[in-house]
Design a protein around this ligand. Sequence first.
Ligand SMILES: [Zn+2]
Length: 261
Amino acid sequence: MDYEHLPEHRIGFGKGFLEIVRYIGVVLLVGMVVATAFTLWTPASVLPRSAARDIARAMATRVGRNASPLPPTNTPEPRELIGIVAGHSGNDSGAVCPDGLTEAEINLNIAEQVKDTLYSEGFDVDILNEFDDRLTNYSARALVSIHADSCDYINDEATGYKVTASLETQTPVESNSLVSCIIGRYEAATKMNFHPGSITYDMQYYHAFREVNAKTPAAIIEVGFMNLDRDMITNNASTVAQGVANGILCYVRNESLGIVE
Ligand SMILES: [Zn+2]
């Protein structure tokens, strides 16, 4: 053994060991710096803008799904449908006054205001002609036909309104409930009286009652007489329309008739 070289050898070994330690130290230091830098950088600042946007969107979607299992609120609720027949429209004038005022124009004016009210309350509304092709198998929450009575002077009793459903209806409970609702709400709005004893065969066997789908509750209203009730059903048509609309809403919302609005 060459003891002369031993110390040098030991020193040499020592130098090499220190270099390795220093090298490992540098590697660890660089590693820490790089790791820290990556931790501080957000993906948005590292990635191209488009990729960052995709990630943000994906994260937002995941958060949205986790946070809210309900469907997005911008999906509109399906609106229920109500049909309104504007009596005589598209067919004939109906009753006519000496000055030319027609029942058809009174009916249509009221029907359109009923439609506006029901639409604003969340329903889709069809205005139908008297003999509308759409009435065949018409399917809706309710169908109401609007008419008015004669403009002839009959007697002082020829005033008031009347409402009826079909006598042959296959939905007697629903149709009678619709009629009761219209009577209650129409009287509350107009303060008119039910005209007693004059519901006619024509009303009870009204053609549309036979045409609509058997499950569509239907009613017909004569809103008033064009002679003695003329002021109410023309100048106060908005009140008349509100009464009809409230009656339909009472039915479709299953309101208690005890509640006076
Ligand atoms: Zn009529």
